[in-house]
Design a protein around this ligand. Structure first.
Ligand code: HEC
Ligand code: HEC
Length: 295
């Protein structure tokens, strides 16, 4: 069909056509490769990073750097699916459970491609001796001086959360915030910034991974602005060094090159699509292409 299309045009565009199609195909190929890597990083960030580093040392769970050198793939797969069940029959798993008690790794029902992507990520970073740094755990803008005070207002409920979340001091305290101190259901957060590193703390604010808080904030997520201010407030309350300077985490302004590549490829393909529609005015095809170009 495309050959016919080219022959019918009044000037010869077949070479340009071919070049453009080839270059779009190349761009899409790279974009897909990048998205497999991205899938591993995303899955690891949202499902594993709160307890595991890759290369950053042990946290609630062991550092997963070099995992594939010390365990076989079937072992890792079985363990990840059902750690507790495995600890009852496998001596290595049992040992890990003793060492990391009382934290118990929750069962992780991963899709096969997700599991593979995580394994690839672990292998890749381990072999390059690199550390996993979560991409999403960034503030959307840099911290400004007023943010500490703004965060305190959110923390104590003087400013309401946009999505209706409960004020933090109903369950937490920071340096005995408020005259009467805050709540005691959750831990004292005065030293939260010592216990967690910046990206971990940002991730907790984005997506609290503790049973009580997950429940409370599932339908009442903090917005980006609230996260910046709360982070500034918590970061400023380091117990051992209350006057530590605020180090702003750079907001990520750069555009992911992948999006540019995909955008470019889609533009080129749409141009072909439009060209085709205008020439033929074939209703069925048109509807189909329009539908597809709206993904
Ligand atoms: C709530 C914390 C938590 C989360 C979330 C978590 N883990 Fe774990 N993980 C642990 C703990 C703790 C251990 C040690 C065994 C135990 O006590 O359960 C562990 C052990 C492991 C081990 C064995 C490590 C070794 O050295 O043999 C693997 C593999 C593992 N986790 C993979 C994962 C993957 C993959 C994810 C995400 C899909 C994940 N874990 C999410 C806490 C967690
Ligand atoms: C309904 C009570 C409740 C509210 C409201 C609440 N939290 Fe929590 N939070 C908890 C509990 C309980 C924990 C301890 C983890 C657990 O569930 O076992 C916790 C843990 C944390 C931790 C990790 C502390 C540590 O030492 O590991 C941080 C940080 C945190 N909360 C921040 C906040 C912030 C910021 C807010 C307000 C936006 C907030 N929480 C609102 C109950 C609450």
């Amino acid at each position: 069909m495309s050959a016919k299309l080219v022959r019918e045009t009044s000037f010869d565009v077949s070479l340009i056509t071919k070049l453009l199609i080839i270059s779009s195909a190349i761009l899409i190929f790279f974009a897909l490769g990048a998205s497999a890597q991205e899938m591993g990083a995303k899955a690891f960030e949202s499902k594993c990073f709160s307890c595991h580093n890759i290369g950053g040392g042990d946290k609630q769970g062991p550092d997963l750097k070099g995992l594939t050198d010390r365990r076989t793939l079937p072992w890792i797969e079985e363990f990840t699916k059902a750690p507790l069940a495995m600890s009852k029959k496998d001596p290595i798993a049992a040992e890990l459970f003793t060492k990391y008690a009382p934290t118990i790794m929750p069962d992780q029902p991963l899709a096969p491609d997700e599991f593979e992507a995580i394994i690839e990520l672990i292998k890749n970073l381990s072999s390059k001796n690199e550390m996993f740094t979560p991409a999403g755990a960034k503030l959307y803008r840099a911290i400004q001086p007023g943010d500490i005070d703004g965060g305190w207002r959110y923390f104590t409920g003087q400013t309401k959360f946009e999505n209706g979340g409960v004020a933090c001091n109903s369950c937490h305290t920071v340096n005995n915030v408020g005259r009467l101190g805050g709540g005691t259901l959750g831990p004292d957060l005065t030293a939260a910034n010592i216990k967690y590193r910046d990206p971990e703390l940002i991730l907790i604010l984005q997506n609290p991974n503790f049973p009580t808080m997950t429940e409370m904030f599932r339908d009442h997520k903090l917005n980006d602005e609230e996260i910046v201010q709360l982070f500034a407030y918590l970061q400023n309350s380091k117990a051992e060094n209350p006057h530590a300077p605020i180090v702003a985490t750079a907001a990520s302004g750069a555009t992911d090159p992948k999006f540019l590549a995909v955008g470019f490829a889609i533009t080129i393909l749409s141009l072909f699509g439009l060209n085709f529609i205008w020439r033929k005015r074939h209703k069925g095809v048109r509807a189909d292409i329009v539908r597809r170009s709206k993904i």
